[in-house]
Design a protein. Structure first.
Ligand SMILES: Nc1ncnc2c1ncn2[C@@H]1O[C@H](COP(=O)(O)OP(=O)(O)OP(=O)(O)O)[C@@H](O)[C@H]1O
Length: 310
């Protein structure tokens, strides 16, 4: 990914002590959006989702849950500016999103680090792009700071290939937060990380989000993760023609811990409601192409929705 070449720098520099800077929040709006792709069989088109509207407030943590194929990643790509809706509009702070920008950073399941660069340089390149007027030492200090905030103080010189999945995702999050985006798009960021590591990185994410104040939109299949992290959770029906069926408020006070959640009636109620929704929508998306049949299943033990190719 050529960050420097393709992404606009931030319009203004901010003080180095950004972790308390609440001005980095951004409101995300998706209004009556639909997305139509050419069908995979090459014949005709398919409408992945339609009439989707979401207002994600400044500093809010919103998660999107739905079965495979309902268009969650497509929605994130549209918010990130990598794609456009077929109809409807997407806005950040009331202005149309016209392409990618460092005001909206994406963290991918696959980490998306540049493999030929050290962990430090992966973050530094993004910081340099975001704050072009900073000198080398400012950029380096800022980079080190964010690596340290993600618990990566010692591994800056290592190449991504020499890091565990958890560490790579810490670098991805450090890079995303270091540019002080208005909004963060997280596409199943913990899906490839083992359960124990996942918990500690989730805690770090919440800590960083709490201090930085960025708006977050996260796609996940993990119901427990969504409840632990989110202010609200949007539930999508199956594609094609998926819609946002309901938006659930997570009325559990912060800070939240897993131990407290296990004892919490509100948590059990929310979990049951979301799992019920997913079970009710656990059907084969028959209108899609034969080439993309998907079987969905969930393990109601761990609240994780899994998908496997037919
Ligand atoms: N560029 C594209 N061209 C054609 N079809 C596409 C394109 N991108 C996505 N699709 C189709 O759109 C549908 C939604 O894809 P998307 O990845 O957004 O779903 P998702 O809900 O994120 O699924 P998952 O949970 O499996 O990641 C899928 O059927 C996919 O094949």
């Amino acid at each position: 990914m050529q960050l420097e070449a393709t992404i606009e720098p931030q319009s203004e520099n901010k003080a180095d002590d950004v972790m308390s800077d609440q001005s980095s929040q951004g409101q995300l709006s998706i209004r009556n959006a639909s997305k139509v792709f050419a069908s995979l069989s090459g014949e005709g088109e398919v409408c992945v989702f339609e009439d989707v509207s979401l207002e994600i407030a400044n500093g809010e943590f919103m998660s999107i849950i739905g079965h495979s194929g309902c268009g969650k990643s497509t929605l994130l790509n549209i918010l990130a500016g990598f794609d456009t809706p077929t109809t409807g509009e997407v806005l950040v702070d009331g202005k149309p999103i016209k392409g990618p920008g460092l005001d909206r950073m994406v963290v991918f399941q696959s980490f998306a680090l540049m493999p030929w660069m050290s962990a430090f340089d992966n973050v530094r390149v993004a910081v340099r792009s975001a704050f072009p007027s900073w000198d080398k030492s400012q950029v380096a200090a800022h980079t080190s700071r964010y690596l340290q905030l993600m618990g990566l103080g010692d591994i800056g010189k290592k190449m991504p290939a020499h890091l565990s999945g958890g560490m790579r995702q810490r670098v991805g999050l450090a890079r995303a937060f270091a540019v002080q985006p208005k909004a963060l798009m997280l596409d199943e960021p913990f899906a490839q990380i083992d359960a124990l590591t996942r918990g500690s990185i989730q805690d770090e994410l919440v800590r960083m989000w709490d201090k930085a104040g960025a708006t977050v939109c996260m796609v996940t299949h993990d119901v427990d993760e969504a409840i632990l992290l989110s202010d609200r959770i949007a539930l999508m029906t199956n594609g094609p023609n998926a819609r946002v069926a309901e938006i659930i408020e997570v009325d559990i006070p912060r800070p939240r811990t897993r131990e407290q959640l296990i004892e919490s009636e509100a948590y059990m109620r929310l979990r049951a409601r979301i799992l019920r929704f997913l079970i009710d929508h656990n059907r084969r998306p028959s209108q899609y192409d034969d080439t993309m049949h998907v079987i969905q299943a969930y393990d109601t033990q761990d609240g994780d929705v899994a998908s496997s190719p037919d």
